[in-house]
Design a protein around this ligand. Structure first.
Ligand code: GLY
Length: 375
């Protein structure tokens, strides 16, 4: 459905189906979309210190203007917030507010806030409703859609969590204007992913339009967010709990998670930055195994390079990195089964597939070469 500059699409999950609404300026008029999905006119908005100064007041004003009771909680910004400690604190703060099962949590922020608030909503009183208002490109095209929620542990990222779907996702593309370029580019890596998985036409469109959308073209941004969400909604509707096809959405993530673990999650490498390198590695492995052409692998890397995302290790400080260490990080992946790693490889651009039949020796050879060429 399309009305003016707002697009609405539905994640089809039976009685847990919900809309994703995409457009510029949605936060200011949020009540018109949020009020109809509330069981009771009471919400708690949870956001972080970076997002609050920009978007908390207009969201609150819109909801209060519609007669909705609103309380707010502002958390520290950054990956550290997705911790057991913050989860506990958030649960206690919410319980002190004497909520009922009909109280709705609203996650206003990027992936950290969305994942933490979603998991809190799944847990508190054994489940209360929540709404995602994602304010970064990464959260608008990926983490706010599909119901993966969770927190990090010392053993790795997102290892404690739940599949728990929101009641609504409101992606205000205007929020991308206050996002710094590095975050925007990192989120863009997840946009490219959808083209590479099964939409060669979208990848081609990105090759032509990526620079404009990164530079601020609002129509192109909306098109990219819409196409990405539509792709994700299709996959989630088919395989909500990742027993098959949903694993495709992890293209670039098996390698990417190892790079994030090795760099220590401290901001050296953002998730999307790790995904762009990891995707280039997945295509290089596909080329080495003669699954895809050298041309498609080079074209993928060239696109990342053209828009300023890395497609190799050159900008990283890889001192002390070893193939063994990277293999060890990969072995902690959630998708390991019977000790076998899951890889998303490709037979070409737009032809990704999931496999567990990859010889460890081939992965080690790739890592050896990438590390050798890193300086
Ligand atoms: N980000 C991958 C997924 O939601 O399945």
């Amino acid at each position: 459905m399309k009305a003016g500059d707002i697009d609405t699409l539905c994640v089809q999950l039976g009685d847990r189906s919900y809309d994703i609404v995409i457009g510029a300026g949605l936060i200011e008029s949020a009540a018109s979309k949020i009020a109809p999905v509330l069981a009771r006119p009471r919400c708690i908005i949870i956001t972080d210190e970076n997002v609050a100064p920009h978007y908390l007041a207009p969201l609150k004003a819109s909801l209060e203007g519609a007669g909705i009771k609103v309380e707010t909680i502002t958390l520290p910004a950054g990956e550290q917030t997705k911790s057991f400690a913050q989860f506990q604190k958030l649960c206690e703060t919410i319980l002190e507010m004497r909520i009922e099962r009909s109280t709705t949590l609203i996650a206003l922020g990027g992936g950290v806030i969305g994942d933490l608030v979603g998991y809190t909503a799944a847990s508190i009183l054994r489940g209360i409703p929540f709404i995602q208002v994602p304010t970064t490109l990464l959260s608008q095209v990926d983490s706010s859609v599909g119901g993966k929620t969770g927190i990090n542990t010392k053993h790795g990222k997102n290892l404690v969590g739940a599949f728990y779907q929101p009641k609504l996702v409101l992606a205000d593309t205007q929020t991308l204007n206050t996002l710094d370029r590095r975050q925007l580019l990192a989120g863009y890596a997840e946009v490219v992913k959808y083209g590479l998985i099964d939409s060669p036409d979208f990848f081609e469109w990105l090759e032509v339009n990526a620079q404009a959308l990164i530079d601020g073209d609002m129509d192109k941004r909306r098109h990219a967010v819409l196409t990405s969400c539509a792709a994700k909604a299709r996959v989630v509707a088919e395989d909500e709990r990742e027993s098959g096809k949903r694993a495709l959405l992890n293209l670039g993530h098996t390698f990417g998670h190892a790079l994030e673990a090795e760099t220590g999650y401290g901001g050296t490498l953002l998730h999307g930055e790790a995904v762009s390198i990891g995707t280039a590695m997945a295509f290089d492995l596909s080329r080495r195994l003669e699954l895809c052409s050298g041309q498609d692998s080079a074209r993928t890397a060239a696109h990342f390079d053209a828009i300023g995302l890395a497609s190799d290790f050159k900008a990283l400080n890889t001192d002390g990195w070893t193939t063994d260490k990277l293999m060890d990080h990969m072995s902690r992946d959630k998708k390991v089964e019977d000790g076998k790693l899951t890889f998303i490889l490709a037979r070409g651009i737009g032809q990704a597939y999931v496999t567990r039949d990859i010889d460890t020796a081939d992965v080690r050879a790739l890592l050896n070469d990438w590390l050798k060429n890193s300086s």
